[in-house]
Design a protein around this ligand. Structure first.
Ligand code: SF4
Length: 274
C-alpha cells in the first residue's frame, strides 16, 4: 500500500472521471492487503526495470508449479500442485485471498509510487480487461508517462480497448510441463493475435530439455520471430535455476532466442510481494 517515501501527490479526482465507486478489480490479497508493490521486473524483456506490480486474482489455468497459486488454487477444487505433498500446504480460501478493490483506490495506490512502469500481473489479468482499461485510463489522465505491461498466459484475445491501452504484452504460453490439458492452454486465435502484435514478446517456461520440441513447434506454427522469444528456466529456488540455466543458455544460443533468468528468485527466493 502507499509508501509515503514515494508519494507523488497525483491522486486522480473521481469527480472528473468516468469511473464510479462500483467499478471493481479483483486483486490478490497478500498479508491482509491488495497486492500492489514497487519492485523491479524479474523476468523477460523488461528485466531489471523498476516497476509497480498490480496482481489480479483468478486464473483460467492451473499450472502445477505456479508460484502464485493463491490466485486460483481454491479449497474444494481438485487441481494438483507440486506443493501438495509439502507438510502444511493447503488450498486457499477464496474469500480470504481476494480483495474487491475500487478502481479508484488501486489507481491511488499505483500513483503514490514514483514509478511509471506498471505491470499488470496475476493470476491471469486479462480475465478483467474492462476494469483494467479503466485503471489505465484513470492513471493516464492523472499523469503523463505511464507505460503498461501485462503478463498473460496467451489464451485470451484482447478487446480493441485493452489492446489500445496496453503498451507491452509479456506472453507466456504454457507447455505440457504445466499440467494443463492442451485444450485449455492452447488457444490458436489468441496465439495468432499475439504472434502478429508488435507489442508482444514471448516467454516460455522450460523445465527440461525435452520441452524444446514443443516450444519450437509453437514458434514455427505461429511464425513467431526468434528475437521475440525468451526462454526461462522453471524453478523457485536459486539452486534449481542455476542448474537449469547451464543447458538452457546453450539452447538459446543455438536457436537465437533470448535467455531470461528469474531475478526476483535470485534476490528474494520464494518471498511474495517484493
Ligand atoms: S497461467 Fe500463470 S497464474 Fe495461471 S496457473 Fe499458470 S503460472 Fe499460475
Amino acid at each position: 500500500m502507499p509508501n509515503s517515501r514515494y508519494f507523488c501527490g497525483k491522486i486522480p479526482d473521481l469527480s472528473q472521471r468516468s469511473i464510479s465507486r462500483s467499478d471493481v478489480l479483483q486483486l490478490a490479497r497478500l498479508r491482509g492487503a491488495p497486492e500492489i508493490f514497487h519492485s523491479i521486473q524479474g523476468e523477460g524483456k523488461s528485466i531489471g526495470v523498476p516497476s509497480v506490480f498490480v496482481r489480479t486474482s483468478l486464473c483460467n489455468l492451473h499450472c502445477i508449479w505456479c508460484d502464485t497459486d493463491y490466485t486460483w488454487n481454491w479449497e474444494g477444487t481438485r487441481f494438483p500442485h507440486v506443493h501438495d505433498t509439502q507438510p502444511g500446504y493447503r488450498k486457499f480460501s477464496k474469500k480470504d485471498w481476494i480483495d474487491q478493490c475500487s478502481i479508484l483506490s488501486v489507481a491511488q495506490t499505483v500513483a503514490s509510487f514514483h514509478c511509471r512502469n506498471v505491470i499488470l500481473t496475476g493470476g491471469e489479468p486479462m480475465l478483467q480487461q474492462s476494469a483494467l482499461v479503466k485503471l489505465m485510463e484513470l492513471l493516464r489522465q492523472s499523469s503523463q508517462g505511464y507505460h503498461f505491461e501485462v503478463e498473460t498466459n496467451g489464451t485470451l484475445v484482447p478487446s480493441p480497448e485493452f489492446d489500445a491501452a496496453i503498451d507491452q504484452y509479456n506472453v507466456s504460453p504454457k507447455l505440457d510441463n504445466s499440467g494443463n490439458p492442451l485444450k485449455l492452454r492452447h488457444k490458436p486465435a489468441a496465439l495468432r493475435f499475439f504472434a502478429t502484435s508488435p507489442k508482444a514478446f514471448f516467454k516460455f517456461v522450460v523445465a527440461a530439455q525435452s520441452d524444446l520440441e514443443e516450444v519450437l513447434h509453437l514458434i514455427h506454427q505461429n511464425q513467431i520471430p526468434a528475437e521475440n522469444v525468451w526462454l526461462m528456466p522453471e524453478g523457485s529456488t536459486a539452486a534449481v535455476l542455476s542448474q537449469r540455466r547451464k543447458w538452457l543458455v546453450e539452447i538459446c544460443k543455438r536457436n537465437n532466442f533470448r535467455y531470461t533468468d528469474r531475478l526476483h528468485v535470485q534476490i528474494w527466493g520464494a518471498k511474495k510481494g517484493v
